[in-house]
Design a protein around this ligand. Structure first.
Ligand code: NOJ
Length: 764
């Protein structure tokens, strides 16, 4: 056996001591001692400086040393920067803070790493439609690996706002309408970003946003007013934020909206009573971009007043407003803010830096060798491609139009068919927009010589050039074609004339959803609808590949187009993933996490609505003096949880282990799911519950469990869900979290509409 030398024994011994020291340093009392010591040395100005998160746009390569922000960093007036890309640049700026400021406190570097970094995953709404928590967590893990390799220590994600109004463009950034599913996804994302402890070099801090209720903006108009009962908040909207916090999210971003008359940024009930006192959150709270100064427009005071209100309410860090560095000292002198409040906020931010290990090594995320090895790697891209395919939702597939055969001539037509920059989707700040293959390019690459792919644009995004410009910002131009609509159409018909099948790549551009992209009309834009009609008239099979960042109105398309595949915005690998699904190399399994309406007038529309005192009777869509519309049924076009596969599934034998349950007991609900088609496929088995009589009104159904299974052709599996009293709990009128004895419906199915039902009674 090889002998160990004395030197190697000493080396191992030293390593053990070093590891123990490092671990010991992580103990809370050490953190407190460290921060106590540091804060004793800090001036009031330096403490306020830690609360400042200015915009970093003016720092570009080579300028880092001369910009205004650089001067602020030197004088200790900056706690962090955001959306600065590139490890070299970040290292340079970190050096400024560490070497040139008086106390050398390292900066946080944040970024909107919302659905991937350079390897981009589907937009969050699409990602949610995978219902695959392991895949979602893995996407966040890869995002954290790539971002940290490029200098980022803090991501402004997950966005967990419940959205039930498809007019709101930011529905694209969240998980959809359901709190239970949203909570599960929030946890998976936080775990993915932060890993075990944020101690490792590839683990970064999560920031759950936008706290709170941002998705409930009136009329789906971004930044608009929110007015909501506490009951609804607790039962329907708050759960995903709470889940993220319980999973350990290190920070929280406040939302732009007001809540019941008080902007969230200055809402003490929200940020202190709920977040800290009730939920025990101990990280730090950052405002949204100019969230503090915008309160002047909200009409609650001048910059000094609103800054003081924000800090006193529990906002610790000011993103871009310059309200804290500009006015807090004065407010302290005037007795409007206490020094203690500044100390508390400053401590929270220093704690975050400590937990990230930045005091041990300020350059923890600045290893310039990492990007080449860890960003946009073939492994990451392969995973992103697989996840993208899993996010697509097959909405219609008449006569098995899909999958297509890899042969003949395939015409790809539409304004979304040949764009690289729109593939990653909205809020993909780090994406290399020129790198993602367009759909045409992806199809050509995948099909090679097997089939002939021909292309025509067919139409612009919409007739109105000014609208198109508004909808294609941030480098996502669709290169508007100056030919007339007729000329574009004629070209498309000519190109399609010899095709065996037409793929119509239509819908929204990526910037038609996302921030400040609310829409009041969700129909297929005018010229695209005309194009689609003309393509259908050729009599050839037409597949609509729908690009969208939100539920849109597809009533006409559903009636006339044989196959509709909703691909959202699938990320950097979307084109390949679309090919995989179109040609059957992957079997679609995505299920909607937001209801698709029949028309905009039905919005907000969601499956877990209340019954009202005047519900419709079974089998009717209109009855006078009932809760309905004269001109459209209450039904969605596609319900929550819906999505087809290239195979079919049958649900049978829904049964319960017992017809009653005691308040400390549990029961099991089971169902047999059979793959009745002729190929393997995955199915999301969904469990819904209804509390039939409550002390307050209860929704007609609520998702309480799901299980994604894969079945071979002809295979059956029994799927079981455990039902415990915990699962039956809700917030009652006094906001106590209780379950009430009585009767419950248990519904299991492949979407929220088509379910098999059983019943049980919860004993007193
Ligand atoms: C505004 C957005 O609301 C928020 O989601 C984002 O994180 C910040 N800007 C920073 O870019």
């Amino acid at each position: 056996m090889k002998k160990f030398s004395n030197r190697s024994i000493v080396f191992v011994f030293l390593m053990v001591i070093a590891t123990m020291t490092l671990q010991a340093q992580k103990a809370p009392q050490d953190m407190n001692r460290f921060i106590d010591n540091l804060m004793k040395k800090m001036t009031l100005e330096e403490k306020i400086g830690q609360l400042n998160l200015p915009v970093s746009g003016e720092i570009t390569t080579g300028q880092a040393k001369s910009s205004d922000v650089a001067q602020k960093i030197r004088t200790g007036q900056v706690g962090g920067l955001f959306n600065l890309k590139g490890v070299e640049k970040i290292k340079d700026v970190q050096k400024l803070a560490v070497k040139e400021s008086r106390l050398g406190i390292p900066l946080l570097f944040g970024m909107d790493v919302v659905h991937g970094y350079e390897t981009v995953f589907p937009i969050p709404l699409g990602l949610a439609c995978t219902w695959n928590m392991a895949a979602i967590q893995q996407s966040a893990r890869i995002a954290a690996t790539e971002a940290s390799a490029d200098g980022i220590s803090w991501t402004f994600s997950p966005m967990v706002d419940i959205s039930r109004d498809a007019r709101w463009g930011r529905a694209s950034e969240g998980s959809g309408e359901d709190p239970f599913l949203g909570g599960e996804i929030a946890k998976a994302m936080v775990k993915g970003y932060q890993g075990n402890s944020m101690a490792n070099k590839n683990e970064i801090m999560a920031c759950v946003k936008h706290f709170a209720l941002y998705g409930a903006a009136e009329a789906g108009r971004d930044y608009n007013t929110v007015d909501m009962s506490r009951n609804r908040m607790y039962n329907e909207y708050l759960l995903p934020y709470k889940a993220a916090i319980e999973a350990g999210a290190g920070s929280v971003m406040v939302s732009f909206n007001e809540i019941n008359g008080v902007p969230a940024t200055a809402n003490k009930w929200l940020l202190t009573e709920l977040l800290r006192n009730q939920w025990g959150f101990n990280g730090f709270v950052v405002s949204d971009f100019t969230g503090i100064s915008e309160m002047v427009n909200h009409g609650i005071g001048d910059l000094q007043t609103v800054s003081a209100r924000a800090l006193n309410a529990g906002t610790d860090m000011d993103m871009v407003s310059d309200g804290f560095i500009g006015t807090i000292k004065k407010s302290i002198q005037e007795g409007k803010v206490s020094e203690e409040t500044v100390n508390t906020a400053c401590r929270r931010i220093l704690e975050a830096k400590y937990k990230l290990g930045l005091f041990d090594d300020p350059y923890k995320y600045c290893d310039v060798k990492r990007p080449a090895k860890e960003i946009y790697t073939p492994e990451h891209r392969a995973i992103a491609r697989k996840i993208a395919a899993e996010s697509f939702v097959l909405l219609k597939n008449e006569k098995n139009t899909l999958p297509l055969r890899k042969q003949g001539t395939i015409a790809v037509v539409g304004p979304l068919a040949n764009t690289r920059s729109n593939m990653p989707g909205t809020w993909s700040v780090a994406a290399r927009l020129d790198k993602s293959a367009s759909l045409v390019e992806g199809l050509q690459e995948v099909l090679g010589k097997k089939a002939n792919v021909v292309y025509a644009k067919g139409s612009n995004l919409m007739e109105d050039a000014a609208y198109e410009e508004r909808a294609t910002t941030f480098g996502r131009s669709l290169n508007r074609d100056n030919r007339t609509s007729k000329e574009l159409l004629d070209e498309a018909l000519k190109v399609s004339a010899n095709a065996d099948v037409i793929i119509a790549a239509l819908g929204e551009s990526s910037e038609m959803s996302g921030e400040s992209s609310s829409r009041s009309n969700l129909d297929m834009p005018d010229v695209q609808r005309t194009l689609l009609k003309e393509l259908l008239k050729t009599g050839k099979p037409v597949v609509l590949v729908l690009f969208t960042g939100r539920p849109v109105v597809l009533t006409w398309e559903n009636e006339h187009v044989p196959a509709i595949l909703n691909v959202w915005f699938g990320g950097s690998e979307a084109a390949y993933a679309i090919s995989d699904v179109l040609f059957g190399d992957a079997n679609p399994s995505g299920k909607l996490t937001m209801t698709f309406p029949q028309n905009v007038g039905q919005l907000p529309l969601y499956y877990s609505h209340k019954n009202t005192g005047r519900p419709l009777s079974e089998g009717h869509w209109f009855e006078k003096f009932r809760s309905n519309y004269l001109d459209v049924s209450n039904d969605p076009l596609y319900p929550f949880g819906y999505g087809l596969s290239y195979t079919t599934f049958k649900y049978s034998n829904v049964s319960l282990s017992s017809a009653t349950m005691n308040s400390n007991g549990e029961l099991t609900a089971s169902v047999t799911v059979t793959n009745t088609g002729n190929r393997e496929g995955s199915e999301v088995v969904q469990l819904y519950l209804r509390d039939l009589v409550g002390s307050i009104t209860r929704p007609v159904k609520e998702l309480k469990g799901f299980n994604k299974i894969t079945l071979k052709a002809g295979e059956s599996k029994e799927v079981s869900f455990k039902i415990t009293p915990e699962l039956l709990k809700f917030y009652n009128e006094d906001l106590q979290f209780v379950c009430e004895p009585g009767d419950f419906d248990v519904m299991i199915g492949g979407n929220s509409r088509d379910v098999e039902t059983a019943h049980f009674t919860l004993n007193p």
